[in-house]
Design a binder for this molecule. Structure first.
Ligand SMILES: [Zn+2]
Ligand SMILES: [Zn+2]
Length: 341
């Protein structure tokens, strides 16, 4: 029996009578993480990882939420369900489903790279693995963490020395906190846009240690802004809020910056290849580590991924989903504080 099927409302577990990250309102939803395309309002009941409770509530408010520690199991209509770290953002989880000796795992979004702001991806053995494939093409390979943040620090330092702010556009939830936790705070102050600061607060309430980031209103001496690293969502590009920094350099942090031309299309001075999704080699490592013989591929470059899996003798097919792509930055970064323009 298939433990997860694709329906019009989202992925569904028939014996357990629950959906996973449904895109239409349902009775019972298991949520892999709080990004807007996976965690939507209007469900009758929510189950999510305890580590993500604060950020989930920032996005969805007072929802009927049951939380679960990573690795602990609950029974939903006789189906055993547990959540395991996906390494994507704070509280992100893979959903492990066990029923009559059969184990399925739905990954949600994930990455294998180290990230100081969330629990690392945990490989979970299963018969069937449902994987994302946002960057499922061989061209997508991420630079190492040291090299990447070295580049960001160098850019920021040079701008600070020249007396201009460094405005870095990045997704407000996950990416911004990872950058804040990884750059060199000795270079200058970090200023967070309201949309970023609201999520920063949620991370701090969840026990994640982040270096300080100032809100604009807290900057007493505006001349210090010329040495600042400014973290802002892509939707703030060209806004009056950004204009307050005067002459500045701007950059964009996204996995899509791996492709030449995207930096120019975004109209910024610098592109930094930074993603909270697995790159091509990591997708392959993750699938291998599950030991699954059957794989479903959801959003992203699903067809290339399916072809690769079939070449390896696996039973692979796609699941049509309505998940977006927060790495693109143009969707779903509407959170409390985003009205700061
Ligand atoms: Zn996501
Ligand atoms: Zn996603």
């Amino acid at each position: 029996m298939d433990l997860v099927v694709a329906t019009r409302d989202g992925l569904y577990c028939p014996p357990g009578r629950f959906h996973i990250d449904p895109w239409r309102p349902v009775e019972r939803a298991v949520i892999t993480h709080a990004h807007a395309d996976h965690a939507r309002p209007g469900h009758g009941a929510y189950l999510a990882a305890a580590a993500g409770e604060q950020v989930l509530r920032i996005r969805l408010g007072d929802i009927p939420l049951q939380t679960l520690e990573y690795g602990r199991a609950v029974e939903l209509d006789g189906v055993k369900v547990s959540l395991h770290p996906a390494g994507h953002v704070l509280g992100s989880a893979q959903v492990r489903i066990e029923y009559r000796g059969e184990v399925w795992v739905a990954s949600g979004d994930y990455k294998l790279e180290a990230d100081p702001t969330c629990a690392p991806f945990e490989p979970v053995r299963c018969h069937v693995f449902i994987t994302e494939s946002t960057f499922g093409l061989p061209i997508y390979r991420w630079p190492g963490r040291e090299a990447l943040f070295g580049e960001v620090n160098d850019w920021w330092r040079r701008n600070a020395q020249a007396g201009r702010a460094s405005v870095l556009f990045c997704y407000a939830f996950g990416k911004a906190q990872r950058i804040l936790a990884s750059v060199d705070p000795a270079i200058g102050p970090v200023v967070a846009h309201g949309a970023v600061a609201a999520i920063d607060d949620g991370y701090r309430r969840s026990g994640v240690r982040l270096p300080p980031a100032l809100r604009m209103a807290d900057v007493a001496d505006k001349s210090t802004l010329r040495q600042a690293l400014v973290l802002a969502p892509p939707s703030a590009q060209g806004s009056p809020w950004i204009k307050r920094f005067g002459d500045h350099s701007d950059g964009y942090a996204s996995g899509w910056m791996r492709v030449r031309g995207n930096q120019r299309r975004k109209g910024v001075d610098r592109g930094f290849v930074l993603s909270d999704h697995a790159d091509w080699p990591a997708l392959q490592r993750a699938v291998d580590a599950t030991g699954a013989q059957r794989v479903f591929v959801t959003h992203g470059s699903a067809h290339a991924m399916v072809r690769w899996l079939r070449e390896r003798g696996l039973d692979a097919e796609t699941f049509a989903t309505e998940y977006g792509d927060e790495d693109d930055g143009d969707t779903g970064d509407l959170v409390a504080g985003a009205d700061e323009t």
